[in-house]
Ligand binder design. Sequence first.
Ligand code: SF4
Length: 328
Amino acid sequence: MKTRLMRQGIKFDRVGADWLPDISQLIRKRLDNPKRLKEEHNTRAIGKTIIRQLCDNQGSGLRLSSCGSCIRQQAFAHYNWVKDGHTIDGAARLTFAVGDALEAMIVACLKEACVDVDINTSYMGDDQLEVSIAVPFGESGKQVANIVGHPDGMMNVPIFNDLLGEQSLDKEWVVLEIKSMSDYAFKRFRADGLSKTDSYYYQIQAYMLATGTSRTYILAFGKASAAKDAVTTEHHWEPLFPLVGQWIKEDKEIQREIQENYKTILTSRSPFDLNVPFKPNKKGRIGFPCDYCSYHKHCYPDSSEVAETSKWLQSSTKVKLYVGENDA
Ligand code: SF4
């Protein structure tokens, strides 16, 4: 059974009975072939998105982008409690700035890549859409909270169905979400895609609910990827590209859970009405996500930070240059 085919200059992948465009391949093709720019890019706005890391932009409150995080953590943010746990320090801000710069580059590249094919891009970069979910709560359900979010972009893409044939080629608005990932998260994403328990899975479900769309293309960039990364099989090797994409469909069950979680938070009297959903291990070590939580001192007042050396060794596969015969 065919899993890939080309139509209208776009590579399509089979996802179930649907054929969906491979957006990462379009971006890669454009990156591999630098040429004259065809689109107008707001370079001033791109700079602004990076410099924003120097401003105090850590607001509180409920946001669609955090709907996949711990429900108690969201309640702390909703009730504007003091952030007494993991802090966003200078090192983290530099990492975020690199992520912002990369996202701006990927968005610009995607716009350029779509000029010659039948894909429309919209609400990206400095033009992001503000979307919201209205959550009724309270005993009579008369109170309504509007929780807002900002997807990275929207695309109108051609899609066709295996059962109905190529004549069913149709266009559909979808959400675009770009994530720069740690080495561990990116390797997991490349191997298995997003899992239903992943906080990003919840975030994109919230965006689909808010925009009335039924698909998202999530594009991940491996922050620790390098130009010479490669993958080997028994007889050959090939370079590993640091961008990987995945199509995700709307998931009504998770969308219901997101809304229920919001109702629980909005009808609580304090974050302490909600249980601590994570426990320390037998040695007393508090793991993820609590160790990265901005409120962990409220949940674990007697916790303390200890520096530890990890014995987790990582192997890597890189392209090396040889002269003469070799069996590598
Ligand atoms: S410390 Fe853990 S349990 Fe407490 S709010 Fe943060 S993530 Fe949730």
